[in-house]
Design a protein around this ligand. Sequence first.
Ligand code: FES
Length: 505
Amino acid sequence: MTNKIEKNLKFWGHNCFSIESNKTLLITDPWFSKSGAFFGSWFQYPKNHNLQDDILNLINIYDDVNIFISHEHQDHYDKRFLSKVRKDATILIPSYKDKFFKNDCSSLNLKVIEIKDTEKVYLNKHFWVKPYISHIGINHDSALLIATDEFNFFNQNDCKIFDRLKEINEKIDYYSVQFSGATWHPSNFILSSKRKKEISSEKVANKLNSVLRGVSELKPKYFLPAAGPAIFPYLEDNLSYGIDNIFIHQNYLNDYLKNNSINNTLYLEPGAYLDDNRIKPIEPPSCLKQIEEYKKDTIDIWQQLDITFDRSLLEKSIIERLERIQDIDIINAPVLIFNFANKFDNKDYLNKNKIFIDLSNKKILTSFEYNLPFEEIMAEKKYFALMHSDERWQNVYLSLRAKVLREPDIFNNDLNMFLFSDVENIRENFILTHNISNERVEIKNKNGEIFEINRYCPHNGADLCNAEINSDNYLICPRHGWKFDLNNKGVDKLSKTSINSRKLS
Ligand code: FES
């Protein structure tokens, strides 16, 4: 016997939910496109394309329609879908410091309203929303607290503000957060398969640990995993299976939650209302045949791209960015290499099929002898052609259609910011990240020892006051899981950054 738990909250796939209350409709992050996201690399799983007409019909029933878009990534901000929405709907977006998203939304010809961090906005007398915004450097994202007379729903989607959950005083009935990975590391990196598995399992463990912290902190009546996983039908098929990579599926999450005594998870299929029968995780595709089946009514955007590579235009884009950060001190950044020969060959040290970028001195080099640290991105010319067109560089990298070789294998925050910024925001991103406050705080580990540390994480400025310290005396950042070794001056060994820890007693 199935009991419908909530008749006014419906799941539509990925991070899309509809909430109906007193003649008002709210929809979050509708993503229905048949061409996926990031140049046809990421696709909704399970498929929800067949529901597009249903949600448009629902939109047409209501007089008051609000669509909240959490951030600009294409799996949350589906412009093709939004172009079909009736023109009197209101788009609600977080008020990010960087106005790229707001400006881009203007092209939709819909009314766009920005909401500030923790600003409570009433959609009607009984229905309000409040965003929690994270915006520093290249990371823009937001969570949304949704309150009706019947329930409170905290939709954290892929926003990593685990360090801010203590600010939420409302009792949470439903909680949703991303549990599967969403970056190009390590899947696109040239590493041994053993090392890839190690990195992936560490990243997955961090992510699941964050989910567990969220559930433990908010104590929802029900946990609703969402905002992933995606599948990748046009890329290497093993990415879609969720095995030995960061793109895990619900079966993996379910085992983890059960092992940690979390038994209130509902696994919703697209198109489902909440009911207490939905306790079985959705299995990933299990074979190539299923992936081929999935492809049938999708569009392969990558194949259809008709774009010509022009080296001088790419150099111009690089130089434009370097000029914007000319006076910013960048120390010890690896040499960044764009390789359009589509093969790795470090004997090829001249610049025929490569561009060598010296970030520290803000210039393009004529040659590089591979005798210093470097990070090399290798892809077909079409990929680099996108980078000199109007496309955002981060969308190109998120296509996952490059291979990356970095030696040594150390994450560099400056290089990452250079890669993932737009021309318009690159300067601001560097300034904000280089000026993360170095306020000091005292923290206590499990043995009662007291350490003084930098309060804010050097990566993206998470507040470390409430960070977990594990039994090996590593402080784990609540946002992306960097591990700072309190026994070794607070250094994170993967990025070589530090929170300058000092033992007090
Ligand atoms: S903010 Fe990203 S690891 Fe700390």
